[in-house]
Design a protein around this ligand. Structure first.
Ligand code: DGL
Length: 267
């Protein structure tokens, strides 16, 4: 069976475009709808109840557009809401935690670091998943809330970014074999993070790993699309001003051919 319906992807804001970019690179024939909840971003410091409510709202909005699969491209939403989504009657859902943790569990060393927003780290979702997939490993976890505004500002390779990365991560130096970048924005800071931790720590990009899981899920459910002649559309929907979103998006994902940002009212 082939299924030409779009895949819906959402994040609290624009950062999830790092996930969209990887999905598009791996599955170029799939039509994608990206929803950035830019009116309510950031989720990373909010309560579980609030994140859950926003997440369900986003899923319903994408579902109403006829998507065949929803990718929760936000680590915070995945950490707090995924179990709930999987328990209820929703379209098939993929989060961003599974892929990163699988890659960490398959890496050589047994000392695994995880960084993310306060909510993601407080939820223990990554720590529990590592313990499940790689029992006996040692997990070090830390919230790095300043990384998100740095990336949104485009400050990914200056001295301030380096100082912030050093402040957060110096305690990991020599102590982790693999570090899971458990937030949509952190892949943009790979170079700086590597310069603090050194080459011996492998950085795991959950965006890339999630694309792999999406591909696997489409195959498992037999809902991949047919190769197309024309390039499929990538729709980009936001819940606040499209202009600023487009600027940040261009900075984050460069040349990906997305439609202009379109304002949507999801309430
Ligand atoms: N998208 C969020 C995440 O991956 C980061 C931004 C936010 O706090 O909403 O956790």
């Amino acid at each position: 069976m082939v299924d030409d319906r779009p895949i819906g992807i959402f994040d609290s804001g624009i950062g999830g475009l790092t996930v969209l970019k990887e999905i598009h690179a791996l599955l170029p024939h799939e039509e994608l709808i990206y929803l950035g909840d830019t009116a309510r971003v950031p989720y990373g410091g909010k309560s579980k109840e609030t994140v859950l409510r926003y997440t369900l709202n986003n899923v319903r909005f994408l579902e109403a557009q006829g998507v065949k699969l929803v990718v929760v491209a936000c680590n915070t939403a995945s950490a707090y809401a995924l179990p709930e989504l999987l328990d209820h009657d929703n379209p098939p859902v993929v989060g961003v935690i599974e892929g990163g943790v699988e890659a960490a569990a398959n890496s050589n060393g047994a000392r695994i670091g995880v960084i993310g927003t306060e909510a993601t780290i407080n939820s223990m979702a990554y720590q529990n998943a590592v313990a499940r997939l790689r029992p006996g490993s040692q997990v070090l976890a830390k919230a790095c809330p300043m990384f998100v505004p740095l990336v949104e500002e485009g400050w990914v390779d200056n001295e301030i970014a380096l100082a912030v990365a050093h402040e957060y991560l110096h305690e990991f130096q020599g102590k982790v074999d693999a570090l899971v970048l458990g937030c949509t924005h952190y892949p943009m800071l790979k170079t700086i993070i590597s310069s603090v931790l050194g080459e011996s720590t492998i950085l795991i990009d959950s965006a890339r790993e999630t694309a792999r899981i999406v591909s696997r899920t489409l195959d498992r459910l037999n809902i991949a699309c047919q190769p197309r002649q024309n390039r499929p559309r990538i729709r980009f929907q936001v819940t606040d001003s499209p202009k600023r979103s487009m600027e940040v998006a261009r900075r984050m994902v460069g040349q990906v051919d997305i439609d202009d940002a379109e304002y949507v009212d999801i309430t």
